[in-house]
Design a protein around this ligand. Structure first.
Ligand code: GLN
Length: 552
C-alpha cells in the first residue's frame, strides 16, 4: 500500500535535528511557517514524536514540559503551541503523532485481520502508517512542515526517518525537502567554532539515505563565509544552503533572522513555488515593541514545577503577550508552592504586582497556593487563577469568606462535607454534543474535559470588560468542576459567576467584586494567546498589575 505515488497538492518540508536536543527545531518550524505565510502561502505543521506514549497526556511535566491542548481536544506536544503562536495554522489531532499512536493503529489493524495473514513489519507497515499520517495533511495547505522529534542517531526515530526518505523518493525534490537543524559550537579554549559535529550528523543522515537540502546551523556567533564553505564541502550542500541560525534574545526575532539569511527564498526556490515579496513588517514591529517597552511589571507564578519553565511554556508566552499589549516588559518570579507552606507569602511575593496560580494536578503544594490566594485577595493584589488556580480560589473563598471551614476539591479530600469542587456525574458536552456520564472509577485519561467549549459571559464583569463578547470559546483540560450546589452561598458572600456553559450548568469563570482584579477561569486561556493578538484576560491582568505597581 503506497499512497504517496501520485503528486501531492501540498509541498512538504521535513525538519530533522542533529547533534543534540533543544536546538529549537520547533521554533524553527514555526518561524519557517510564519515566513511562508508572510508571502501569502497557507501552511500547516505536524510534529512526529518518536516516543511510545500514545500522546503526552499522561506524561509528567518534568519529563516532557507542557501538554498543549488543541480545539478538538488533542493533548499534544508543546511545539504545537509554537506553531499556533507563530502562524494561522489550526492544530488538531492529526498534527501530532507519536510512535505509540502509529504502532497502536497498526497493531489494532493486525488484530482485526486487516493484513490478511501477512507478517507485519516495521518496513513497510509502520513506515506506510507514518506516510499515511503525513499524507493526511495533503490538500490542507500550500505547504506542510513536518518536524521529526528526537535527534539523528536515536534508535527510536529510525522508522520516521525511513518513512520520510521514502516519501521524498515517492514525490520528488520539487515536492518535498529536508532541512536539518544542527549545532556549530564555539569552543572557548580553542577560540573558534567547530563544524565537526555538523559533519558527523549529516554523515549519519546520509547513511540512512537522507541528503539534507538546507542546513540550519545553531550558533552563538555568525558563521563566516569560509566556515559556510567548509560545511558546504563536507555536507554536500551549496553555501547558500547553509543558514546561520544565531542565538537571539527574543524568540519572535527568529523569523526575521531566517529571512535575513535568505532561508525563505531558498525554500521556495527548491520547491519551485512562486510568491510575491514577503510582508515581514508586522514581525519587525512586534520585535521593536518587545525591545522597547515603556513600563515594567513583576508577576509571581505559584507552581509545582518551578524548576522547569518548559512546563508553563504557553503561560509564559501569554504573559509576555499581555505585556506587549500594555507596552510593558513582564518579569516573572516563579515561587514554589511548597515554600509558601513554610514561609509567609508577603516574604516570597514581595514586590509582585500580580499573582497567578496556573493549572495543576495533585495535592502537593495545594495549601501553599491557597495561602498565596488569601494574600492576593486580602491585600487586593491582582489575581489570575487558571484551572486549578480557579478551583483553589473557590476553595479559599469558601473557607475564609463563606465560613465553610472544610471546603475542598474532592481531588484533595474525597470525604469533605463541603465539596465545592467535585466530579460532575452527568452533563451536556457542547463539544461532542453528547451527555457525559462519569464516576470516581472512570479511567484516568478518559474522564478529562478536553478541548474547546463555549462560555456565556455575564455583563458588567471583569470577563465582560476583557472579552467584550457575549459568548466565547476556550480550551479545557481538567477533571473536576465547580459544584453548582454552592453557587448560591458563594454568590451571597460576594463571589461572582461571570461565565458559564450555555445551559448555565458548568461554572467557567468566577471573580470577586470588591477587588481591583480577581478572576479565576476553569479553562486555559494561555493556549489561545498570540504575540500579535494578546489574549484579553492576560491583557487585562497585566493592565491591572501595572495599575497596582503605580507605574502606569
Ligand atoms: N486538577 C484539576 C482538575 O483535574 C485541575 C486541572 C488543571 O488545572 N488543568 O480538575
Amino acid at each position: 500500500m503506497n499512497q504517496t505515488n501520485q503528486k501531492p497538492k501540498t509541498k512538504f518540508i521535513f525538519i530533522t535535528g542533529g547533534v543534540l536536543s533543544s536546538l529549537g527545531k520547533g521554533l524553527a518550524a514555526a518561524a519557517i511557517g510564519a515566513l511562508l505565510e508572510s508571502r501569502g502561502l497557507t501552511i500547516t505543521i505536524q510534529k512526529l514524536d518518536p516516543y511510545i506514549n500514545v500522546d503526552p497526556g499522561t506524561m509528567n511535566p518534568f519529563q516532557h514540559g507542557e501538554v498543549y491542548v488543541t480545539d478538538d481536544g488533542a493533548e499534544t506536544d508543546l511545539d504545537l503551541g509554537h506553531y499556533e503562536r507563530y502562524t494561522n495554522a489550526v492544530m488538531a489531532q492529526k498534527n501530532n503523532y507519536t510512535s505509540g499512536r502509529i504502532y497502536h493503529s497498526v497493531i489494532s489493524k493486525e488484530r482485526r485481520g486487516e493484513y490478511l495473514g501477512g507478517t507485519v513489519q516495521v518496513i513497510p507497515h509502520i513506515t506506510d502508517e507514518i506516510k499515511n499520517a503525513i499524507m493526511q495533511l495533503n490538500g490542507d495547505a500550500d505547504v506542510a512542515i513536518i518536524e521529526i522529534g528526537g535527534t539523528i542517531g536515536d534508535i527510536e526515530s529510525l522508522p520516521f526517518l525511513e518513512a520520510i526518505r521514502q516519501f521524498r523518493f515517492d514525490v520528488g525534490r520539487q515536492n518535498a525537502i529536508f532541512i536539518h537543524v544542527t549545532l556549530v559550537p564555539f569552543i572557548k579554549t580553542a577560540g573558534e567554532v567547530k563544524t565537526k559535529p555538523t559533519q558527523h550528523s549529516v554523515k549519519e543522515l546520509r547513511a540512512i539515505g537522507i541528503q539534507p537540502d538546507i542546513l540550519l546551523c545553531r550558533t552563538e556567533k555568525p558563521l563566516a563565509k569560509d566556515l559556510k564553505a567548509k560545511i558546504s564541502l563536507f555536507c554536500n550542500v551549496t553555501e547558500d544552503e547553509v543558514i546561520t541560525a544565531q542565538d537571539v534574545k527574543n524568540i519572535y526575532e527568529v523569523p526575521l533572522r531566517f529571512h535575513d539569511e535568505g532561508l525563505d527564498d531558498k525554500i521556495l526556490e527548491i520547491l519551485n513555488i512562486w510568491t510575491g515579496a514577503p510582508r515581514i513588517e508586522p514581525w519587525e514591529e512586534l520585535v521593536h515593541k518587545i525591545k522597547n517597552p515603556s513600563y515594567k511589571v513583576l508577576i509571581g507564578i505559584i507552581g509545582k514545577y518551578v524548576e522547569l519553565k518548559e512546563s508553563y511554556k504557553s503561560l509564559h508566552e501569554a504573559l509576555v503577550h499581555g505585556g506587549i499589549g500594555n507596552d510593558a516588559k513582564v518579569e516573572l518570579r516563579y515561587v514554589s508552592a511548597e515554600d509558601l507552606e513554610r514561609k509567609k507569602p508577603e516574604e516570597l511575593l514581595e514586590g509582585c504586582h500580580g499573582i497567578l496560580v496556573p493549572g495543576g494536578f495533585g495535592k502537593r503544594g495545594v495549601q501553599g497556593k491557597i495561602n498565596a490566594i488569601t494574600y492576593a485577595r486580602e491585600e487586593k493584589i491582582p489575581y489570575f487563577g487558571i484551572c486549578l488556580g480557579m478551583q483553589l480560589a473557590v476553595v479559599e473563598f469558601s473557607r475564609n469568606v463563606a465560613g465553610l471551614k472544610d471546603a475542598n476539591s474532592i481531588e484533595f479530600d474525597p470525604q469533605t462535607s463541603n465539596p465545592v469542587i467535585y466530579l460532575m456525574k452527568e452533563w451536556f458536552d457542547y463539544r461532542t454534543n453528547q451527555v457525559q456520564v462519569r464516576d470516581e472509577l472512570s479511567d484516568m485519561g478518559g474522564t478529562l474535559r478536553l478541548g474547546s467549549y463555549p462560555c456565556v459571559i455575564t455583563q458588567a464583569t471583569f470577563a465582560d470588560k476583557a472579552y467584550g463578547a457575549k459568548e466565547i470559546r476556550e480550551r479545557h483540560r481538567h477533571r473536576y468542576e465547580f459544584n453548582p450546589e454552592f453557587r448560591e452561598v458563594l454568590s451571597q458572600n460576594g463571589m461572582v459567576v461571570s461565565g458559564t456553559s450555555p445551559d448555565n450548568n458548568l461554572v467557567e469563570i468566577v471573580e470577586l467584586e470588591d477587588h481591583p482584579w480577581f478572576l479565576g477561569c476553569q479553562f486555559h486561556p494561555e493556549f489561545k494567546s498570540r504575540p500579535m493578538k494578546p489574549h484579553p484576560l492576560f491583557h487585562d491582568f497585566i493592565q491591572a498589575a501595572l495599575k497596582y505597581s503605580g507605574n502606569k
